[in-house]
Design a protein around this ligand. Structure first.
Ligand SMILES: C[C@H](N)C(=O)N[C@@H](Cc1c[nH]cn1)C(=O)O
Ligand code: ZN
Ligand code: ZN
Length: 479
């Protein structure tokens, strides 16, 4: 391991010297409302992809903006998907080639949701940089770009070839990306040795390496009744109300104690092994801190192992919202004519999204039939993302431990992520290459929440971690 050749101190000092510039670039990126779930914001998504491509082009990368086609909307209309940015730095066949995946689309956010600051104006409060997408996933993507830039700026040869795949639809299920990866398997991906993803966070203040993500099956359940909304005084009591039907069937998905009631779901889940139990038992996790951070007095479980297991390796049902329901201020006395529930089920090994689609659809149809309602129920699955699980004994994880040790002087936690990176399993299946998830987000970054943030500390030290990681990967045995 020729450590004497690794100019880590120089690179690290360079990163420190660029901090204000890095924060400004993040501010420019956060200012783009690249919400992939709202088609009205699609021009911003296109702009975000162009900005990403331009940044990589200026650095001399071989950059492509790959057209991945169109998205079909529920009303039958179509809209162009944001292009995928691919880039390449170096093509030395003697070196390892890593492919960094990330996304620059974001979840929706409005000041009225309860943000303390404008979500699209990156605001520094005590070293925390608040803004939508700051942690998920714009700062980590920039940290990877700055990693390459740092080597370039100091005229230090990159220890590995670095490729990028940056998309703009992750938050909506990575539409179109599977097909693009399959199409480029023997071209762009042919010389890739490893895939690195930094789209998740630590469990505590201790750095972590992530070896699993849950998948997600996202459903729409539509109940349609009268031809238009009705006065609840004039018609209430005479019509069978779509909202009552919908709430009735939603209430059969999960019990108050968190048991999923859809037949077949629990049976498919791989049992918790003794080894896993021991791993969870050994992880430091402060339950009181977790509770106070999210502002709850009681959780589903009182012990660490159950809490971690239910965050990471058991499925769950979440009801997200009801389209068509009255939700404005005031007291509108309406019977909504058509309501669409949006709910999702996080997926874990050995669940299969195709099977879950059938289980959920059959179950809801049977529960609805028992109501003998004249209304119409339509269930559709709009995202079917698989879970992903890695072998932690893989050298990629040993490299991760060494890099964390160099930068933070501690051993990382080995953790799983409760969220979903829809493309992770596809990357592995199509390219046959191993993935590591190397998070730099803080445990309290508030992803998808009000007041999402990235700390300066994690942004800057995270960049150093990536610099150190490339050095470690360079010394893995080439297959
Ligand atoms: C973990 C990642 N940063 C993330 O937030 N992913 C989203 C992707 C998704 C899943 N269903 C719909 N979008 C998530 O886990 O919610
Ligand atoms: Zn993300
Ligand atoms: Zn996200």
């Amino acid at each position: 391991h020729p450590d004497h050749l690794f100019e880590y101190e120089k690179l690290s000092q360079y990163v420190d010297s660029q901090q204000e510039q890095y924060v400004q670039t993040l501010r420019d990126w956060v200012a783009v409302e690249s919400d992939s779930s709202d088609v009205l914001r699609r021009p911003d998504c296109h702009r975000m992809m162009n900005m990403t491509a331009e940044k990589l082009r200026v650095m001399g990368g071989m950059v492509d903006l790959v057209d991945i086609g169109i998205q079909e909307l529920p009303d039958g209309k179509t809209v162009a998907l944001p292009k995928v940015v691919t880039a390449q730095f170096g093509s030395d066949q003697r070196k390892q080639t890593v492919c960094v995946y990330g996304h620059v689309d974001v979840q929706p956010a409005k000041l009225e949701d309860g943000w303390a600051t404008d979500p699209y104006n990156l605001t520094d409060i005590n070293g925390n940089l608040y803004g939508r997408g700051a942690s998920d996933n714009k700062a980590p993507v920039l940290a990877w770009i700055h990693t390459v830039e740092a080597y370039q700026a100091l005229n230090i040869e990159l220890p590995v070839n670095v490729k990028f795949v940056i998309e703009g639809m992750e938050e909506t299920g990575s539409n179109g990306l599977d097909a693009m990866i399959t199409a480029q398997r023997d071209t762009f991906f042919s010389d890739v040795d490893y895939i690195i993803i930094s789209d998740c966070g630590w469990l505590s203040r201790r750095p972590a390496l992530t070896y699993g993500t849950r998948g997600n099956c996202y459903f729409f359940a539509e109940v349609e009744g009268p031809k238009q909304d009705l006065h609840s005084g004039v018609y209430g009591g005479t019509v069978i109300e779509p909202m009552t039907d919908l709430i009735g069937i939603l209430d059969t998905l999960i019990s108050p104690s968190g048991q999923i009631l859809i037949p077949g779901i629990r049976e498919a889940v791989a049992p918790l092994s003794d080894q896993e139990w021991k791993m969870y038992q050994d992880i430091e996790f402060d339950i009181d801190n977790f509770k106070s951070k999210i502002g709850v007095s009681q959780l589903m479980y009182n012990n660490k192992v159950d809490l971690l297991a239910h965050r990471w390796r058991y499925p769950t049902v979440t009801i997200h919202g009801i389209d068509g329901a009255f939700s404005g201020p005031g007291t509108k006395t309406v019977i909504p004519a058509k309501v669409i529930a949006k709910f999702s089920i996080r997926q874990v090994p050995d669940m299969d999204p195709a099977m879950v689609k059938k289980q959920v659809t059959d179950y809801l149809n049977s529960v609805f039939a028992k109501r003998k309602s004249p209304n119409k129920l339509k269930v559709t699955m709009v995202i079917g993302a698989k879970p992903w699980l890695a072998e932690t004994k893989h050298p990629l994880y040993e490299a991760g431990k060494a890099a964390v040790k160099r930068v933070f002087n501690v051993e990382p936690d080995l953790i799983r992520e409760g969220g979903t990176i829809p493309i992770a399993k596809t990357f592995e299946d199509v390219t046959g290459k191993s993935i590591i998830m190397l998070p730099i987000g803080g445990f309290d970054d508030g992803l998808h929440s009000q007041n999402e943030k990235m700390s300066r500390y994690n942004y800057i030290e995270g960049t150093k971690l990536f610099i150190a990681y490339l050095h470690e990967v360079a010394h893995l045995k080439k297959d």
